[in-house]
Structure formats: C-alpha cells, structure tokens
Design a protein around this ligand. Structure first.
Ligand code: SAM
Length: 237
C-alpha cells in the first residue's frame, strides 16, 4: 500500500482536498494512507523553535537542520526505503514519468518547506530529492505536496473508475490529450465533430491522435520535439 508521510508545520492542512472525491474515497477504503506529522513536535526548547535567521544575513528564516533531521529520523527509520522528497521551487520539475514511478513504489516521505526554505546541509545529509511543481513560488510546501500526492494516488490500482482512462491522458503518450465532447450533439450553434458520431473506432482513434499531435505542436513545442524525436521519422511533421 502507498504510504504518504508528510512533515509540515501545518498538519491541520491535511488531508484537506485529499480527503474528498477520488483520493478521499480511496483513502477511506484504505487504498493508500496519509500521515501528517508536525515538525514542531521534535523541537525541545521552551519556544519549540524550528527556524533561525539565515547565515550571511538577508530576509526571512530558515528551517534548522537539527530539527528537520530529527523530524525525518522520527518519521522514517533507517530501514524505510521510501523516497525522501523535499517540495522546493529549486527542484526538478514534477512530470508524469516521475509521478508514475512514485505510484509504483511503497510511498514517500514528503517534507514541506516554509519561510526561506531548509538548511542545505540536511538536504544533503538525509538524501532529500527536491521536487518542484512549477516555476512559481508558493508560501509553503503543503499545497505542492497535495498536488504531488493527488497525482500519485489517482494512478494507484483500483483508484480511477475506468482503468483505461489513464492511458490516453495528457503526458502519458508524450502528447497533450485530444479534445472531448459530450451531449447535447449541438450546443450554441456548435456541433460535435461528425467523426465522433460515426461509430468507426479506427477512424476515431486516428482523428484523436491527429488532434493530440496538432494540439501539442501548437501549445507545447517542447513536448512536441521530444515526441517527434521518439515517434516520428526525422524531418516528418
Ligand atoms: N526562498 C525559496 C526560493 O526562492 O527558492 C522559496 C521558499 S517558499 C516561500 C517556501 C516553501 O514553499 C519552500 O521551501 C517549498 O517547500 C515550498 N514551495 C514554494 N514554491 C514551490 C514550488 N514551485 N514547488 C514545490 N514547492 C514549493
């Protein structure tokens, strides 16, 4: 079973949106587990201090290495082989390939930063893998951790209603997904493309692939280049 252990200064933020809908129902029936641990619980001084001013000066505060290390060690014994992740805008951008790999494992320990971030030494000493959810800065790692967990949980066996619905989704094929339509057949003067009503599954699949390719070429040249290099003959559009 996939076990998510989250280290945070705001455990009350969990499960939050992860307690609803697909992820929430899966959590309820025990398809995955979630433990949110308060980093502050390992602080021993009178004020339960977890942060200090940045060495070298500058604004903000930094999470202390001894505190973060103690929180990790308390949550994750040495024989716990789950990946240890630190949500961080400096990390490798999260993608579907990494999400899939994580969903195939036993779980993850996820550290949520706050303030200016975490002392660099503990990142190295505890082998934390920095993961970013995009090129923007959030005020804390909690929402980023929820994004990561949600993306993982929906891929766990039996969580998605239709087992197939993952396969053609954006990024799974290296492309953005084709457009979707549903009833009514005509809406505000716009009709569903004829081909989707033809019942010809071969032609529909071909049309969808063309749409996905066209969309990816226009919207995400970076993905398109990678797809083209892998799937299409050199020079063929
Ligand atoms: N000083 C940091 C920097 O410039 O890289 C930003 C710190 S941010 C205010 C506080 C925390 O939010 C980070 O330690 C991280 O855990 C989380 N965070 C912010 N943006 C993120 C992102 N794009 N992806 C993942 N985590 C993020």
């Amino acid at each position: 079973m996939f076990r998510a252990t989250v280290l945070t200064l705001y455990p009350e933020m969990f499960p939050g949106p992860l307690g609803a809908s697909l992820a929430g129902r899966a959590l309820e029936r025990g398809a995955w587990s979630l433990e949110a641990r308060n980093i502050r619980d390992v602080a021993t001084d009178r004020h339960r201090t977890v942060d200090d001013t940045p060495a070298g000066g500058g604004a903000g505060m930094v999470l202390k290495p001894d505190i973060v290390a103690a929180a990790i060690d308390a949550a994750c014994p040495a024989d716990d082989t789950r990946p240890r992740l630190l949500m961080s805008p400096r990390g490798k951008p999260l993608d579907q390939t990494r999400v899939r790999a994580l969903s195939a494992g036993d779980g993850a320990l996820i550290l949520c930063g706050r303030f200016e971030g975490v002392d660099e030494r503990v990142v190295e000493a505890r082998g934390l893998e920095e993961v970013s959810i995009g090129d923007y800065v959030l005020s804390g790692g909690e929402l980023a951790a929820m994004v990561l967990i949600d993306a993982i949980v929906r891929l766990l066996p039996g969580v998605m209603g239709n087992a197939e619905s993952g396969d053609t989704e954006s990024f799974e094929t290296g492309l953005l997904e084709h457009p979707h339509y549903t009833r009514p057949q005509e809406w505000e003067g716009h009709a569903i493309p004829e081909i989707l009503l033809s019942g010809d599954h071969g032609r529909i699949a071909k049309w969808r692939l063309e749409q996905a390719r066209d969309l990816t070429r226009r919207r995400r040249p970076d993905l398109w280049e990678a797809y083209r290099a892998q799937h299409l003959e050199k020079g063929k559009p």
